[in-house]
Design a protein around this ligand. Sequence first.
Ligand SMILES: C[S@@+](CC[C@H](N)C(=O)[O-])C[C@H]1O[C@@H](n2cnc3c(N)ncnc32)[C@H](O)[C@@H]1O
Length: 268
Amino acid sequence: MENSLEYTVSAVHDYWNARTLGLQYVTDESLQVGSPAFFGHIRPWMNPYKFPWIMERIEREAAILKGKHLLEVGCGMGYDSLELLKRDVRVTATDLTSNAVELTRRHFAIEGVQAEEVRTANVLDLPFEDHSFDAVWANGVLHATGDTARAVKETRRVLKPGGRAIISHFYRKPSWMYVLHRWGRENIEHKEEDPPVNEFLTEEEILGMFEGFEIVEAVREHYRALPVRRSGLKAALYTYGFKPLYNMIPESIAKGLAYKYSVTAVAV
Ligand SMILES: C[S@@+](CC[C@H](N)C(=O)[O-])C[C@H]1O[C@@H](n2cnc3c(N)ncnc32)[C@H](O)[C@@H]1O
């Protein structure tokens, strides 16, 4: 990997290893990280439960992939993989960071589900043979790696022909969040600093990366400003100023400013 990308991956690793997604939602500091109560406490704020379209996607894909082998990249604490495992999909769950892997292992053990494997892996350089998986699932990951296009290419490489790439939550521009990021160095979703990389891309740029795929679905999501579990001045400005005003915009216009873009595609 070329030096500057290696440097970025190392910064991305250090950021996420200290801040596995979910830790920022803890409001009861007495909870032991990785305990059953801990996973229950943050659960309502995690993707499949917070965003109804993610749970719908899990249901839809699980019906297609029952008994098949899916790779999740950037699994965080493993909430998406957990729901896929509960629906009889065979899952290999991976993340760049060892803390995420450790939390995912504990999470699965608490829930009594068995993955094929839970291990560290860099989506920019996956430690798997070509054509290994029936599906690759990523949720809120590829835009945060430092090289989104390379991540999509690696996804294509490890998929069997006919395999499904289910990539949720590319960061889209133009979008309301892009404006907040550019104008305010907005930091409403994370407790401290922003992650080192958040690549915002146009829909054309995103779709252009899917060489060797047939697009099954490409949808705009998160076009309303939703609640965030944060305190502080920026969060207050967002919650009491920006959010109610923005959400008055008619839906047809708001959809054009959607924050996220998700693509499901089949390897050809
Ligand atoms: C926003 S979090 C999403 C976590 C999880 N998918 C979820 O929705 O809860 C981004 C995750 O991507 C992981 N990540 C970032 N760069 C990665 C890379 N190059 N390879 C694999 N995982 C990566 C981070 O460690 C982090 O766990």
